[in-house]
Each structure stands twice: as structure tokens, then as C-alpha cells.
Write a new protein. Structure first.
Length: 164
């Protein structure tokens, strides 16, 4: 079972809705999750904010963020996840921004990615460097964030099982 499929099953079991905001992944997460039956039970949708004008005008990323630290940044991933979660009224939102190559962008090396995770009141951003082709970097990023979210949901399930 893929990490996306495992995540979908957990989301359905816990009745959590999810949305995504994708830049360098170009909708790959949305495609992978919607290829699985019953995704419509929990998946609300995605914004593919490939260009900065979409990040700013649709997603609501602060123009100052884009002009100072750039789209490939902790701050941008954070705002993408937070704002898209609110736009879609979802329980969870994941965001992807980074450089899948083949050339440096915004003076950021190929493979540098930031992934945001907005879940309940928590907002986490993961910064990683992946090696590989464009497709491999996208795939590794999606698997990473799915695994982290699976872990978070399982931790929450365990905490809810504790009765004091």
C-alpha cells in the first residue's frame, strides 16, 4: 500500500477532510489521492499555485514574503498551508513549495523543498533536500509529508484512547 493510500484510509477512518496547495509538485499529490477510490469522502481539493501571482492573489501569500525570502521558503510553505486550509475549510492542509530542478531557482539549489502541514491548530513546516530527477523529488516530497501526517494522525488516535 502506498503512503497516499494509507493516508487516505486513515483520513476516512477518522473523518478528517484534507486539502492541498501545490507549487513544484504541480498537482501530483492531488492526482495521486484522487486516483484512489473514495477520495471524495475526505479530499476537498487543491490549488496549484505554480506562479507567484497565484500564490499571492489566490492563496493569499504575503507579497513581502515573496519579495524578501521568496516562494521557496519556510514562510511561503507556512502561509500556503494555513491559508488554503482556511479557503477550503478543511481539517488538514498540506503545502509543497521548492525546486525540483533542473536548475537553481531564486538562488536555491535543486532538491530544496519546504512542505507545510496545517492540522488542527498546529502548523509545521519541514525543510528537506532531496536528490534525483524532477519526478523523484516530487515523489519523495509527497511520500515524506504523507508519512508525517500518518504519524500525526496515529499519535492523535493514541492520545484520544487514553482515559483519565
Amino acid at each position: 500500500m502506498s503512503s497516499v493510500e494509507e493516508l487516505l484510509n486513515l483520513l476516512i477512518a477518522n473523518n478528517y477532510s484534507i486539502s492541498s496547495c501545490e507549487s513544484f509538485t504541480g498537482g501530483m499529490f492531488a492526482n495521486e489521492i484522487t486516483n484512489i477510490a473514495n477520495a471524495s469522502k475526505v479530499y476537498k481539493g487543491s490549488i496549484i499555485s505554480y506562479q507567484n501571482e497565484i500564490k499571492e492573489n489566490v492563496v493569499g501569500v504575503n507579497s513581502e514574503t515573496l519579495n524578501t525570502v521568496g516562494a521557496i521558503s519556510y514562510e511561503c510553505a507556512q502561509q500556503m498551508a494555513k491559508n488554503t486550509k482556511k479557503l477550503f475549510n478543511s481539517d488538514i492542509c498540506i503545502s509543497f513549495t521548492g525546486n525540483a530542478g533542473p536548475n537553481p531557482s531564486e538562488d536555491k539549489e535543486v532538491g530544496l523543498v519546504y512542505m507545510g502541514l496545517a492540522f488542527d491548530d498546529e502548523l509545521i513546516v519541514y525543510k528537506l533536500n532531496f536528490e534525483g530527477s524532477r519526478h523523484e523529488i516530487k515523489e519523495k516530497s509527497i511520500n515524506f509529508i504523507c508519512e508525517r501526517l500518518i504519524q500525526k494522525i496515529k499519535e492523535k488516535e493514541q492520545n484520544e484512547d487514553i482515559i483519565i
